[in-house]
Write a protein that binds this ligand. Structure first.
Ligand code: SME
Length: 160
């Protein structure tokens, strides 16, 4: 499988948004698309906030890549917890230098986590791990943020 340009993947994702029947369907197709088409996206998954959980917890949703031990992540743990609690995209160029990092695979070198918002409220996040250091350049950040934003819009328009 050759790697695609961010622009190519954006177009394919736009098509998915139009054809997906639900937000869940879109998330399942998106993780497959990003994992298959982007050479450096070696684990791609969604974590969703468990409705009503107190304290709040992120629960693993659709993903593509190796199984992870981190299926439930409290907001005070991990890069995932940092992104969800701050509502900000978190990019880590070298996970081994970040004390927040929860290891999923020994091969992971860099990670991006982008929150997903529905009507301005965070509902989850799109998490991508790479076997390459500093994989998530500004161009990649823009692509992943675009995907997360359109998933949020799909959730606003149709039930999960
Ligand atoms: N590395 C994440 C945990 C999830 S796995 O990468 C799939 C973190 O530090 O929160």
């Amino acid at each position: 499988m050759t790697t695609a340009s961010a622009d190519d993947v954006r177009k394919e994702f736009d098509d998915l948004c139009r054809s997906a029947g639900s937000a869940r369907d879109l998330m399942e197709k998106l993780v497959k698309l990003l994992h298959a088409r982007m050479l450096k996206y070696n684990w791609v998954g969604f974590y969703l906030l468990e409705p009503g959980a107190e304290p709040p917890v992120l629960v693993l949703g659709a993903f593509e890549g190796a199984m992870t031990p981190h299926t439930r992540i409290p907001l005070n743990q991990g890069i995932c917890g940092a992104a969800a609690s701050s509502g900000q995209t978190v990019v880590v160029d070298d996970v081994n230098k970040d004390p927040r990092y929860l290891a999923c695979s020994l091969e992971t070198k860099s990670e991006i986590v982008v929150p997903v918002f529905v009507h301005g409220e965070i509902v989850g996040e799109l998490d991508i791990d790479s076997h390459f250091p500093a994989a998530f350049t500004p161009e990649h950040q823009a692509l992943v943020q675009y995907c997360a934003q359109l998933v949020g819009q799909k959730m606003e328009a149709s039930p999960i």
